[in-house]
Design a protein around this ligand. Sequence first.
Ligand SMILES: Cc1cc2nc3c(=O)[nH]c(=O)nc-3n(C[C@H](O)[C@H](O)[C@H](O)COP(=O)(O)O)c2cc1C
Length: 406
Amino acid sequence: MAITETSTLSTTTSEQYLEDSLCSEINQCSLLEQTHSSNPSDSPSHHCLNVDLHIERAWAHWKKLGEPKFIVAPMVDNSELPFRMLCRKYGAQAAYTPMLHSRIFSENAKVRNLEFTTCKEDRPLFVQFCANDPDILLEAARLVEDQCDYVDINLGCPQRIAKRGNYGAFLMDNLPVVKSLVESLARNLHVPVSCKIRIFPNLQDTIIYARMLEDAGCSLLAVHGRTRDEKDGTKFRADWNAIKDVKAAVRIPVLANGNIRHMDDVTSCLEETGVNGVLSAESLLENPALFAGFRTAEWVDGEEQCYDGGLLDQADLLVEYLKLCEKYPVPWRMIRCHVHKLLGDWFSIHPQVREDLNKQSVLTFEFLYDIVNRLKELGTRIPLYVKSGQAGHSPNGLLNHPLHST
Ligand SMILES: Cc1cc2nc3c(=O)[nH]c(=O)nc-3n(C[C@H](O)[C@H](O)[C@H](O)COP(=O)(O)O)c2cc1C
């Protein structure tokens, strides 16, 4: 089946997401002032009652979803339906959509149909929006609330496009707007609101921020343990200690994001921070079977005898992904991203195959399946590894990693 290549209607791309940007100073005083409620009806006892009920509901919802621990992070152009379904098959227990632009999404049905697709097996699902206007956000959220388990607000995008559009991490400079976004959804939707944040350079600011979100009605908080300036994930380690402190400071479920590259990271992060689950982004792109215990060769150095290789490789995963794309069509630009990510190491050995792909302005599934066959015929073998006797993916789809039963 061939789908005509579509040009993007979205204003964001993964390249834009990854580009560098400037950053402005954070005003600590305004942070403290802005988070205080000026509403006279918000008396302490009334507030406590509401907050207790909110926390209770947040946990009931999380438990109803089965308390997912292994979660596909939101990724523009990359966490689309077929990729989410692939990750789910290999152990992911929940997933975020790519960030959707609330205004464009609510105004343009064509964008909606192209950029947001789902199916009944695609649950639990977080649908993520960027926004800076509570009414527009609510309008967009209402269009998806019946098809997801959380409507998520992107408060972490640090890129230039977010600075220009005044959303994502740039709203950290305007907490009253953030509060109004969360309140608008929490009051009007029947599905809970979640937020994905970055940390402030100062821990106390991060804690005040997290508590403000909880008080405003946020039911689940995903904390990316890097500041707005720490854009390059390969240069800056995520601060798990800050995530641990946020977890201890709020009462709603908290997820950790940053530095989840294989299942040992998952175990350490859960233990060290006490969070309720983890998000992985960049590493899942290369290895969508991460949550089933598979890892790339990069993470087996020095103890190779303890690992089994060859049960699965990235080309196998690409074929599975392409089949899912035939079933659940998505724009070709997304498919192209995944081909490059999954076969990046294979292309380094056979760069002419990558060049042939790049020359192809219109893609077809036949062409892409053929690329995989060519690489295999050229003798390329780059296995994914699993710890001997510990993890893996059995043919019936059941997983035997110890963490899956805890
Ligand atoms: C290609 C790409 C696209 C991303 N798009 C989004 C997005 O739409 N929304 C968002 O909140 N974060 C986005 N992120 C950030 C990730 O969700 C995540 O916070 C970040 O990559 C850190 O996680 P990691 O260390 O596992 O990569 C994106 C990251 C990548 C690599």
